[in-house]
Design a protein around this ligand. Structure first.
Ligand code: B3K
Ligand code: ZN
Length: 854
């Protein structure tokens, strides 16, 4: 069942071509008779004409059993059926369209539409999966109410909305969703599941039943997700004034899932990785991700579900906003500074990378072949940054007023970015037409800063440029909120944070100060730009020690480290004493939050360094980057050698494991220190830590150290303990690839794919081996002999035959290929050409085509 059509560019859809449907559907009545190979889906669509034109429904991979209108079978001359559409000729003004389709969930390995995972039925409809269930207007601007009846000999039968307790017997369940929704929010789940249940009373006094459904045996691992859900519900009421609107909120954990989770109305479906957690099986990072993703999907109930997107070009309307909301939530639950640093690290690693290569596109793209290829870091993370900038520009009150207006005016509608911005223009009186360029111009703006100090006046001249990206040149200046402040040479703050709005190509910040100050610019990373600021090491050391803005404290350390590493790579220099001392001082600084110290001690990633070198006109050599990073880390470890045992003792957490931010911060710093120790003692301390670990965070930290130290036994010991647990084994697979010496990484990854428990149909397992190589071991992936590229291409072809969405996503590992030397480029080009010549999905073909065009 594969989409084997290569992607001709003429299949592209364009934002400018949007037109409303001539006939709409206002109510959907579905009946499912579930069967692994022959599920019958009977649909009764209440249709209404709203303009002239043909009535064309979407439908793919469906077998037609019957078709009728208002109770009468439809003659063959009244409709046209293709493998992608059903056209009803001369549709009347108001009618009931009745179809019966047969589908095969068991053989659906694309994990889109209705499929099976470990014996349970589940659905994934965003973006265009509903058309694999039945014929329908599968687009977000058609919003309908739903009645769903499910027939199956299974104990739990779920769909959206509230259960309609109208006498459904055993083996049958009825659900009614009163809130009009687009098809992409439809969901059905059926299987042998057990629930952890709780309740929540909304601020409007509504009593809501909360359930987290899992496979029997997993119910002991749902507590944290439930707690995160209740905190999310309370937070959305308090901060955005949004309350939940059904009597039940269900979450289901599914093992085979293409992404993290899905916000289906009242029935969120989650990758089990982002629901199930116990101290023994989940790390602090897993807990934080569960909290963030549970919140994200819940927040979609208002930003996405109640108010949805008019068309898929508006995806950032719900995703950018909802990411921004979940980041705010996590910052409130944890440490604001640590959250911001983590978000920026992620933005630079994923979005800046995307923006600098062949896959760059605006936050609101203007065309696509396959919409699933646009669930990107740009839409999500840059989309969230755009909301953050909007909030900085209009202020917290203006932001709250704009949001309130948006919720009031557009509830129940399918909207555009223009609708969103208009609410802020009206609520605050501010003209946002220039700001709107953030949605249409791709590429990461460069912000150059030049300082001068003369006659008691400090000046910082800011100049912006927006780089060319595929299909876009000669861009206009953006409006950039630049938060700045000044310190004196001793680190005392001279000027607290102010916001400067750079709207033209150039602007000047001026301040009268008694002596030459130290500039702290782009505080809190107030805009998603690349800063080009020549600042002395002495100034950066002042910022690292004393900036009042914690983000910029961290950023100063990061820039210092980056400059050292770049010099080591390019000039072959050694790490210098002042930098090593600064790192040691940070490690020892008991006044700073351990989580912050752990982040400040972490060196820039290999890919980050490659990105930096490339931006500076240097061809990155993955082996040299790896070697320099190792040498720098070893030098830091040597500098701190005598302190490590005491520093680690100070990070000991008392009492039983708790995933709270404070304890997690201590464990993070302890893990970083243990890594340093391992560089000095060959794994002795790590062996002790591995044995002593009573939680997965400490265990994984020690495991990684031992793998890096080349311990011959630890992988087998870990496997023996955890072979029964799929999620823990994913970590085992990934760690071995990520922590392999680069020259062994492809061999290890290849070996792992030959194991019987490597299941290429399970996206988590695929990511834990192939993704671990491409994203977690760059020097291994970019092996000079091209073995990493060949390995990826081989697997893309195999995976694409089952699951185009996952294959297309994994193919983005090739998107930096133009950065590298001519030999490597040739090796990648050959693999891209080889893939393009095969019969591949539209998804993968679009991605390969865009990357080859670079
Ligand atoms: N909206 C879904 C993502 C759907 C991806 C479809 N390819 C999850 C989320 O962003 O919350
Ligand atoms: Zn989302």
């Amino acid at each position: 069942m594969r989409d084997a059509t290569p992607a001709p560019a003429d299949e592209a859809v364009f934002l400018k071509d949007y037109t409303p449907v001539p006939v709409t559907v206002t109510h959907v009545d579905l009946h499912f008779r579930l069967d692994p190979r022959a599920t019958e889906v009977s649909a009764r669509l209440t249709c209404k004409r709203q303009g002239p034109g043909e009535f064309v429904l979407d439908g793919e991979h469906l077998e037609m059993v019957s078709l009728g209108i208002d109770g009468e079978a439809l003659g063959a001359n009244r409709y046209t059926l293709t493998d992608r559409t059903l056209t009803i000729h001369d549709a009347p003004d108001a009618f009931l369209l009745e179809t019966v389709a047969r589908i095969s969930p068991e053989t659906n390995k694309a994990l889109e539409g209705l499929y099976m995972s470990n014996g349970m039925y589940c659905t994934q409809c965003e973006a265009e999966g509903f058309r694999r269930i039945t014929w329908m207007l599968d687009r977000p601007d058609v919003m309908a109410t739903y009645d769903v009846e499910i027939e199956a000999e299974l104990p739990v039968l779920l769909s959206n909305g509230n259960e309609a307790g109208d006498g459904a017997g055993k083996g049958v369940a009825r659900w009614h969703d009163p809130w009009p929704k687009p098809t992409y929010l439809f969901a059905l789940v059926a299987g042998n599941l057990v629930a952890t249940s709780d309740r929540f009373t909304t601020m409007e006094g509504k009593d809501v039943a909360l359930n987290i459904w899992v496979r029997p045996g997993d119910e002991g691992r749902t507590g944290y997700a439930m707690d995160a859900l209740k905190r999310s519900m309370a937070w959305d009421e308090k901060v955005y004034g949004r309350a939940y609107d059904l009597s039940v909120f269900n979450i289901v954990a599914v093992d085979d899932f293409n992404m993290g989770a899905m916000e289906n109305k009242g029935l969120n479906v989650f990758n089990s990785k982002y629901v199930l957690a116990s101290p023994e099986t989940a790390t602090d990072t897993d807990y934080a991700l569960i909290e963030g993703i549970v919140a994200h999907e819940y927040f979609h109930n208002w930003t996405g579900n109640r108010i949805t997107c008019r068309d898929w070009f508006q995806l950032c309307l719900k995703e950018g906003l909802t990411v921004f909301r979940d980041q705010q939530f996590s910052a409130d639950m944890r440490s604001e500074a640590v959250q911001r640093i983590g978000d920026v690290l992620q933005l630079r690693a994923r979005q800046f990378r995307e923006d600098a290569g062949p896959l760059a596109h605006p936050v609101r793209p203007e065309s696509f072949v396959e919409i699933n290829n646009f669930y990107t870091a740009t839409v999500y993370e840059k989309g969230a940054e755009v909301i953050g900038m909007l909030r900085r520009l209009v202020g917290p009150e203006g932001y709250a007023a704009g949001c309130d207006l948006y919720f009031k005016r557009h509830d129940g509608q399918a909207c555009t970015i223009e609708d969103w911005l208009a609410c802020f223009e009206e609520a605050t009186g501010r003209d946002l037409s220039q700001f709107a360029l953030w949605y249409s111009q791709a590429g990461t703006p460069r912000l150059a800063v030049e300082e001068s100090y003369e006659d008691g006046i400090f000046r910082a001249t800011l100049r912006q440029t927006v780089p060319d990206t595929p299909g876009q040149t000669d861009k206009a200046p953006m409006v950039i909120p630049v938060a700045w402040g000044l310190l004196d040479a001793e680190g005392t703050e001279l000027r607290p944070t102010e916001m400067f709005e750079l709207a033209g190509a150039e602007g000047v910040i001026e301040a009268e100060v008694p002596s030459r100050p130290v500039l702290s610019v782009l505080r809190g990373f107030s805009a998603p730009v690349i800063l080009e600021h020549e600042q002395s090491d002495a100034d950066r050391l002042v910022l690292l020690a004393s900036d009042t803005d914690p983000f910029n404290r961290w950023e100063a350390g990061r820039t210092l480290a980056k400059r050292r590493l770049v010099a080591m790579i390019v000039e072959g220099s050694e790490p210098d004493a002042p930098w090593l001392d600064a790192m040691a001082t940070l490690a020892r600084d008991e006044s700073a939050d351990p989580a912050f110290r752990a982040l400040a001690l972490a060196l820039p990633s290999e890919d980050d360094l490659a990105q930096t070198l490339h931006a500076g006109g240097v061809v990155p050599d993955p082996d040299a980057i790896h070697a320099a990073r190792e040498a720098a880390a070893a030098a830091v470890a040597r500098t701190l050698a005598d302190d490590l045992p005491a520093l680690r003792r100070a990070m000991r957490v008392s009492g039983p494991y708790d995933p709270n931010a404070e304890d997690a911060g201590k464990r993070a710093l302890d893990g970083a220190l243990l890594r340093m120790q391992t560089r000095l003692d060959g794994g002795e301390a790590a062996r002790g830590a591995y044995r002593a670990a009573d939680n997965m965070t400490d265990r994984m930290a020690a495991f990684a150290c031992l793998l890096e130290a080349g311990d011959p036994e630890v992988a087998a010991a870990f496997e023996e303990d955890w072979k029964h647990d799929r999620l823990v084994m994913d970590k085992w697979f990934a760690a071995q690839v990520m922590h392999a010496a680069p020259d062994r990484a492809v061999g290890i990854a290849t070996g792992l794919t030959r194991r019987p428990d490597f299941d290429a149909a399970n996206p988590n397992r695929v990511r834990s081996v192939i993704g671990a190589l491409t994203a977690g071991n760059p020097a291994g992936f970019h092996a000079r002999d091209g073995s990493g590229y060949r390995f990826l291409a081989d697997w893309l072809l195999k995976i694409d035959a089952m699951n185009p969405q996952t294959a297309a996503r994994m193919s983005t590992a090739f998107d930096t290929w133009r950065r590298y030397d001519a030999d490597r480029q040739e090796l990648v080009a050959a693999q891209l050409a080889r893939i393009a010549e095969e019969r591949i999905s539209r998804d993968l073909a679009e991605m390969i085509g865009r990357m080859r065009a670079a």
